[in-house]
Design a protein around this ligand. Structure first.
Ligand code: C5P
Length: 449
């Protein structure tokens, strides 16, 4: 096995944590035992705090059995034990899953009318909430406001999935699968630990470095209301930004429509430059890279853009009468000529924005699938040589190399197409492995300041 990979994995060997799982009154409470079971199976110690409403959906004995400890709901259940303070102090992480609209409202208001909300008020541990409710409730301005308030206070909110809801509804509001919730919650715990280490005075091995990360997906307008775009969430780029910031780097994220919830989880010291099109992204990345030690191009950049952007909304093809015959003639659907966007990544290599003689480490991403012309790595290696980036993270999902069941998996190649490392796991874990490689390369060149 590649030694760099081993180091990245060892750094994430799980350590037993003390985790409070709050369960509130949503039908999704039935998933709480799976979440608790996964946390315990990973070696963590769990205490479960259901609300009274949660206990209408799932029984205390079932929760106690999977937790391996009694469960409490009210602040007066065992007043002598001062549980409302102890539970918050004991926790290294508080995970509320599912978080109902009512729980979000009570937490945002700072209420302490049961053991779970009291725990949220007393804990200094990172808090992760996974909302689940009907779409109307999730979209209601009151809930949006409460979610914003909680995010501003540093709570990690795991956005609900879209899908069929209880009853006849369909939309955003479903609790994500327990595996995803556990992965995100443990990643939030790791990020909080890294931030705390940095705040405690450990400067981090990227202190004094400037890292620029592009994230999200560009949008190329066709007219004032339509665009050509892609579905990139920006999660991988923002995870890289967070990992670099945790090691002390000054970080600029050039965000092409990264999802607001993803941006909200960036550490507050990260600068965010919003852009829309590939050309805007190129200009913003190159401006930020003028003093950058590393640029990571994680954004999905449109390869083409419409040659012209219409000033007014393009009309759907219409029927109009032909001269004299009275027969309607169908106009052809409009053809939209495209022009190629510049390859920003390749441009950073051939025309470096940094003018002071210092080398900027350039890192790209490439999603590849094998085909008749070659396998994933052959295509990745050809792209690495073509683009010339110092490192190219080839996303090998979809191959038969064991990467299919994980949220993300990359093989990292150097500019010559030679494999230098592999990483797989959550996007945070992949991000940390990549930042480890970046830090190693930067710090081998000259000492960090
Ligand atoms: O060629 P391909 O799109 O697979 O390359 C992906 C990599 O190149 C990513 O790092 C992406 O950010 C970057 N890219 C770019 N400019 C483009 C297209 C992609 O910098 N026009």
């Amino acid at each position: 096995m590649n030694p760099q990979t081993t180091r990245a994995r060892d750094a994430h060997a799980p350590r037993a944590r003390r985790i409070v799982v709050g369960v509130s009154g949503s039908i999704a409470a039935y998933k709480a035992p799976s979440i608790i079971r996964l946390l315990r199976a990973a070696g963590h110690e769990v205490r479960t705090v259901p609300t009274a409403a949660a206990l209408r959906f799932i029984g205390a004995p079932a929760l106690a059995a999977v937790t391996g400890a009694p469960v409490q709901s009210g602040v007066f259940d065992d007043a002598a034990a001062v549980a409302h303070v102890q539970m918050g102090e004991w926790a290294e992480l508080v995970l509320v899953a599912p978080a109902s609209a009512d729980l979000l409202a009570r937490a945002a208001a700072g209420r302490a009318d049961d053991l779970l909300t009291a725990t949220l008020l007393t804990t200094t541990a990172p808090v992760v909430m996974a909302p689940a409710m009907h779409t109307q409730m999730w979209n209601h301005p009151a809930t949006r406001h409460n979610v914003d308030t909680l995010r501003r206070r540093g709570v990690t909110i795991i956005d609900p999935d879209a899908g069929p809801l209880t009853g006849s509804g369909y939309g955003a509001g479903r609790l994500p699968e327990p595996e995803q919730i556990v992965a995100r919650a443990l990643a939030a715990l790791d990020a909080a630990r890294d931030t705390a280490a940095a705040a405690a005075g450990a400067p981090g091995d990227l202190a004094g470095r400037h890292v620029v990360v592009s994230a999200g997906g560009t949008r190329e307008p066709l007219d004032p209301v339509r665009y050509l775009g892609n579905r990139s969430s920006g999660r991988q780029g923002c995870a890289i930004a967070t990992a670099a910031a945790a090691r002390g780097a000054r970080v600029t994220v050039v965000s092409a429509h990264a999802e607001p919830g993803v941006l909200a989880e960036l550490p507050p010291q990260v600068d965010i430059v919003p852009v829309t099109t590939a050309m805007e992204l190129r200009d913003a990345v190159r401006a930020a890279a003028a003093d950058a030690d590393a640029v990571v191009m994680a954004a999905a950049v449109a390869d083409f853009r419409p040659a012209e952007v219409a000033d007014t909304k393009l009309k759907k093809h219409s029927l109009r009468a032909s001269g004299g015959t009275g027969e309607p003639v169908r106009q052809a659907a409009p053809v939209i000529p495209l022009v190629e966007n510049p390859d920003i990544l390749a441009g950073l290599v051939t025309d470096p924005p940094r003018q002071d003689g210092e080398h900027t480490l350039v890192v790209g991403f490439a999603a590849e699938t094998g085909d008749a012309d070659g396998d994933v790595l052959a295509h990745g290696a050809a792209k690495a040589r073509r683009k010339g980036a110092d490192l190219l993270a080839v996303n090998a999902v979809g191959t038969d190399q064991g990467f299919g069941d994980v949220p993300n998996a990359v093989v990292v190649l150097d500019a010559g197409g030679t494999e230098v490392a592999r990483a797989q796991g959550t996007k945070q874990e992949v991000a940390e492995a990549l930042v480890e490689l970046i830090a190693a390369r930067l710090n081998s060149r000259r000492p960090s300041v």
